[in-house]
Design a protein around this ligand. Structure first.
Ligand code: GAR
Length: 211
C-alpha cells in the first residue's frame, strides 16, 4: 500500500508511523511522500531524515482557496496514494479531494468523537474545551474522512484518563502517548491488510484489536 501523509506541525504522529513501518509493526506499507501546508513544519525534517520525499503546498503561494485546492490535489495525485493519512493536517480537505479519494483518507482527532470535534476543534483547543467542561475521560479517534468535519466512519478509538491538575499541554501529550501514537499505526496496518470494511457510518474490523 502506498501511504501519503499530510502534515502541518510537529509530526509526532508521522514519526510514530515511520517508526512502526521501520520496525515491521505496520506491514504491506510504503510511505511514499509527505505533504505539508507549512514550509517550516518540523514534520518535514522528520520525513527527510527518514528518506521520504516531501512537498510543500502553502496557501500563501496561491492567490485564492480554489488555486490552493487545485495545487493540493495535483500534489496528492502525483504520489498515486492508496491511503492518505492526515497526521496533524490542519486544513479542511476540499470536497473534490474527498470525492476523488472516498474511503482512502483517514484522520487522527485528539478526542473521543463525537465529543469535542467539528469546526474549530483542533490541536490544543480540543484539550482546553475538554478540561473546561470538567471531563474525567478523553482520548483519540481515527476515522475515515467524509465531506463533513470529523464526521466519517470511526475506525479505532482509545480512552485516556484526565488527572487533577492537568493543563491542556500535559493532557495533549498524554493523549498522544497513550492513544494517538498507538491507534493511528494500528489503523494503517489494519487497512493495509484488508481488515477494515465500511457499512454506512460504521466500520467492521475483522480482527480482535488490542491497544
Ligand atoms: C495531534 O494531536 C492531532 O490529533 C491533532 O493535531 C496534533 C498534531 O500533532 N489533530 C487535530 O486536531 C485534527 N483536528 P503532530 O503534528 O505532533 O502529529
Amino acid at each position: 500500500m502506498r501511504l501519503l501523509a499530510l502534515v502541518s506541525g510537529g509530526g509526532t504522529n508521522l514519526q510514530a508511523i515511520i517508526d512502526r513501518v521501520a520496525d515491521g509493526t505496520i506491514t504491506n506499507t510504503e510511505i511514499v511522500g509527505v505533504i505539508s501546508n507549512k514550509p517550516d513544519a518540523f514534520a518535514l525534517e522528520r520525513a527527510k531524515k527518514a528518506g521520504i520525499s516531501t512537498s510543500v503546498v502553502s496557501r500563501k503561494d496561491h492567490p485564492d482557496k480554489e488555486e490552493f485546492n487545485k495545487a493540493l490535489k495535483e500534489a496528492i495525485d502525483s504520489y498515486k496514494p492508496d491511503l492518505i493519512v492526515l497526521a496533524g493536517f490542519l486544513v479542511v480537505i476540499p470536497e473534490e479531494i474527498v470525492k476523488a479519494y472516498a474511503l482512502k483518507i483517514i484522520n487522527i482527532h485528539p478526542s473521543l468523537i463525537p465529543s469535542f470535534c467539528g469546526d474549530g476543534f483542533y490541536g490544543l483547543k480540543v484539550h482546553e474545551a475538554c478540561l473546561s467542561r470538567g471531563c474525567k475521560v478523553t482520548g483519540a479517534t481515527v476515522h475515515f474522512v467524509d465531506e463533513g468535519t470529523d464526521s466519517g466512519p470511526i475506525i479505532l478509538q482509545k480512552a485516556v484518563y484526565i488527572e487533577d491538575g492537568d493543563t491542556a499541554e500535559v493532557l495533549q501529550r498524554r493523549v498522544m502517548e497513550q492513544a494517538e501514537w498507538k491507534i493511528m499505526p494500528k489503523a494503517i496496518d489494519l487497512i493495509a491488510n484488508g481488515k477494515v470494511s465500511v457499512e454506512g457510518r460504521r466500520t467492521l474490523i475483522s480482527e480482535k484489536v488490542e491497544l
